[in-house]
Design a protein around this ligand. Structure first.
Ligand SMILES: [Zn+2]
Length: 249
């Protein structure tokens, strides 16, 4: 149905990107590709234009790239995003990453970067897609401080924050990693289906191969198992959720 988070701009797809997207079109309704670095914005926009109503895009700066940009460069990029606001469906992935970024100084810088994009999302009235590796608690706090309502916790994996995410009315997306993770299975079991999206984060999480958006089927199967629902119900509901969350038309 809909892959709510993948990275079609990655070089893994350089050799056969068009063929690859055409093959996805045969089985899926849409994919939301995530541009996480300014250098990929042009290519991302090209894909959105070329595959109208099939490829949708979110744009941001991934927190692990925090060391690469000055504040001025970030502001420049935000201006560019504003110019193209009608061609994107969300801001992200943005947030915090304590797994790769350990230094206190850079973690603080990540927060600055994060809040710039939160403010941008609020200004443009776009949903936020959050990356929160090993930093979910702090991400949740910041999003709450800003009173953010329209939020997707991508690859959400910290169960201790589950209740707050639920109460805030936010969404989570679940990828094929659920097949190999007890934590993700428990999260899927305990989170309302009406606010779960399917994602792949491809080309990553391909289990030794290049990831593909078609792997949302693996996620849907596992969610169906743990929730004791039919595959069809999960497939259909999560697709509708993605359309509602991103306001895809
Ligand atoms: Zn991603």
């Amino acid at each position: 149905m809909i892959d709510a988070h993948c990275h079609l701009e990655q070089k893994d797809y350089d050799e056969d990107r068009d063929e690859f997207i055409e093959s996805l079109k045969k089985e899926l309704k849409a994919v939301v590709t995530c541009c996480a670095h300014p250098r990929d914005f042009e290519l991302t926009l090209e894909l959105v234009r070329k595959y109208k109503k099939f490829v949708f895009a979110t744009v941001g700066i991934h927190p692990t790239y925090v060391k690469e940009f000055s504040l001025e460069q970030v502001e420049e990029f935000c201006k560019k995003i504003v110019e193209h606001k009608d061609e994107i469906v969300g801001i992200g992935e943005v947030g915090l990453d304590y797994y790769w970024i350990k230094e206190e100084y850079w973690r603080k810088k990540q927060e600055e970067l994060f809040t710039i994009f939160i403010e941008l999302a609020q200004k443009l009235k776009k949903p936020l897609v959050i990356h929160s590796r090993d930093a979910t608690q702090r991400c949740v706090e910041i999003l709450e401080e800003y009173n953010c309502k329209h939020v997707l916790m991508h690859l959400f994996s910290e169960r201790k924050c589950l209740e707050r995410v639920k109460e805030n009315g936010w969404y989570i997306s679940i990828g094929p990693i659920i097949a190999r993770s007890k934590t993700h299975k428990k999260i899927a079991r305990d989170f309302p289906l009406e606010r779960i999206l399917l994602e792949t984060d491809s080309p990553w999480f391909g289990f030794g191969k290049r990831g593909t958006s078609l792997n949302i089927k693996i996620a849907a199967e596992k969610i169906a198992q743990v929730k004791k629902l039919s595959f069809e119900e999960v497939w259909k509901t999560c697709g509708e959720n993605a359309i509602r969350f991103y306001d895809l038309r």
